[in-house]
Ligand binder design. Structure first.
Ligand SMILES: C[S@@+](CC[C@H](N)C(=O)[O-])C[C@H]1O[C@@H](n2cnc3c(N)ncnc32)[C@H](O)[C@@H]1O
Length: 511
């Protein structure tokens, strides 16, 4: 029924009109979840201040709740006519602006998905600011949005002990104008749940902000912890008691001026941003060489001998992630790999194409149709390879349990299993310190901000994730007391880690 009403309405209403009134409709599953929480004690008076197509009225009806009174508002006459036709005498909808009507009695419960629009675009903004100041003693910021104004007014209109279930754009959690909203929530009662809907793109596909649900009870001097939840699928919305909060924050540790959105993060890190800058200040990462046919373009000693590939055509190259087992790749380690017959060369065919052995190797490639592969067929000649300088730092593309970073002291280049970093003229003198930072506990935590999460614990970086990642600023590095570079390298060789002392120094980048 809900869907057919919605389709009938959208057929006769432009998206522009819907946006003008902030008309985004609540999915049934969310409406039911909100009602189930709200009506545990069967209230006797209820308010829906932004009626729309009446999804809450519909769900209340379906749940057989009878109210002594059910008050509703709807500003837009177009949708009002539509819903009036549909609900008939069953429900009285007031075709009025909720924000300008202050003659309300108090309610036992309030349920709402308020219109979301920036206050700047709201026609009666000046009037609303005035009545809010008169009635609530709150001066709304011009940057606030209608949803926040709705929430403030509804909290005011709750009876003591009354309950409120609201859908909210959660940007107020971090925005400056949100401070007043957070202050009001904290002062006026208990926040029973803040639930971030992480599947919002499907849920509220036209809303470009993160959306969530607030459950709130009006009461004096609440000391309850505030639980933060995240749901990734609407099917998780059965009962609030069935959900586990990501974190509960003690009432004493949460302030209106804090940014609250971080409490929805699982691996919460707070960084001291005044000492950080982006890595691209020092240089950049690029992806390794994509050959299009690794087994053909790479070689070990046995293969080089078999095809009589001249030594000059063999470029040391890391071809597989597991060839680097530790954080330092030295010439000795490269030598060992060569001697153990690891596939540690890339064959430079292009610059040696006059050599008879290389000529026949190219012919062999054509016989095996390597030149018809996706990447090779786009190149001219097909065996031309991308050019890369040996990277100073290498980063594993995929990782489990933290990333792999390697300082490359050899002239080896690398295939796509690693991204390679080279410093620019500003970064050269900070290279060792950057490497130590990447190995530090603080660096590992800060870099996870940019990591992409795949299923099953697999993490991935793209070169630009790394280039945009936060690293200490040159000012911070310059302020460090002398770091004993040689000693730190000896520690890394011995233990795979920087010294505990330096690790603690990096910790100051976290709050
Ligand atoms: C986000 S929609 C929600 C509709 C419905 N309650 C639901 O959950 O599907 C908000 C509704 O509030 C209406 N509205 C916008 N400004 C309003 C105002 N100042 N007073 C009352 N209703 C308003 C819009 O026209 C829209 O129908």
């Amino acid at each position: 029924m809900e869907n057919s009403l919605f389709s009938a309405y959208s057929n006769v209403t432009s998206l522009e009109h819907r946006k003008k009134f902030g008309q985004f409709f609540t999915p049934k599953a969310i409406a039911k979840f909100m009602i189930d929480w709200l009506l545990i004690d069967r209230s006797d008076s209820c308010l829906d201040p932004a009626f729309g197509l009446g999804v809450f009225a519909e769900e209340l009806d379906a749940s057989n709740y009878n109210f002594a009174s059910f008050k509703t508002y709807e500003l837009d006459s177009h949708i009002f006519d539509f819903s009036k036709n549909y609900f008939g005498e069953k429900i009285t909808i007031h075709n009025k602006d909720y924000l300008l009507n202050w003659d309300n009695p108090k309610f036992d419960s309030i349920i709402c998905n308020p219109p979301y629009m920036k206050f700047q675009n709201f026609q009666s903004k000046e009037e609303v600011i005035e009545v809010f100041e008169e009635n609530l003693g709150i001066r709304l910021s011009g940057y606030t949005n209608t949803a926040s104004a709705f929430l403030l007014k509804s909290i005011e209109e709750l009876k003591d002990g009354g309950k409120l279930a609201y859908i909210m754009p959660f940007e107020f959690m971090n925005a400056g104008y949100g401070q007043i909203v957070k202050e009001f929530l904290l002062e006026q009662g208990t926040i029973n749940a803040l639930i971030k809907i992480d599947c919002e793109k499907d849920t509220f596909s036209e809303v470009v902000t993160s959306v969530g649900i607030i459950f709130f009870t009006k009461q004096n001097k609440s000391t309850h912890d505030i639980p933060f939840y995240v749901i990734t699928s609407l099917s998780q919305l059965t009962k609030l008691d069935d959900l586990t909060p990501i974190r509960s924050v003690s009432r004493n540790d949460i302030k209106p001026k804090d940014k609250w959105a971080k409490h929805f993060e699982l691996n919460q890190i707070t960084i001291n941003s005044k000492w950080l800058c982006q890595l691209n200040y020092y240089g950049s990462f690029s992806r390794g060489i994509a050959t299009g046919a690794n087994e053909y373009f790479s070689a070990n000693q046995t293969k080089a001998k078999k095809f009589k590939l001249p030594e000059g055509a063999l470029i040391p190259c890391i071809t597989k992630s597991n060839q680097l087992k530790t954080s330092i790749f030295s010439s000795e380690k490269l030598e060992k790999l060569i001697l153990s017959d690891a596939t540690i060369y890339l064959v430079n065919l292009e610059e040696n194409s006059d050599c008879p052995a290389i000529k026949s190797y190219i012919k062999l490639g054509e016989e095996r149709e390597v030149h018809k592969r996706y990447l090779t067929k786009m190149r001219s000649p097909w065996y031309k390879l991308e050019k890369r300088k040996p990277a100073e730092l290498l980063f594993g593309v995929f990782s489990r349990d933290g990333y792999k970073v390697v300082r490359n002291f050899t002239n080896s280049i690398n295939l796509t299993c690693y991204h390679g970093f080279n410093t620019n003229m500003f970064g050269a003198k900070y290279l060792d310190l950057l490497f130590f930072y990447f190995l530090s506990g603080a660096g590992k935590k800060i870099l996870t901000i940019n990591m992409r999460k795949y299923g099953d614990g697999l993490d991935k970086f793209e070169p630009n994730d790394l280039n945009n990642s936060f690293v200490p600023s040159s000012g911070w590095f310059d302020s460090l007391k002398e770091v004993d570079i040689a000693y730190e390298y000896s520690q890394i060789r011995k233990n795979g880690k920087i010294s505990e002392k330096l690790n603690c120094v990096f910790d100051s980048l976290l709050h």
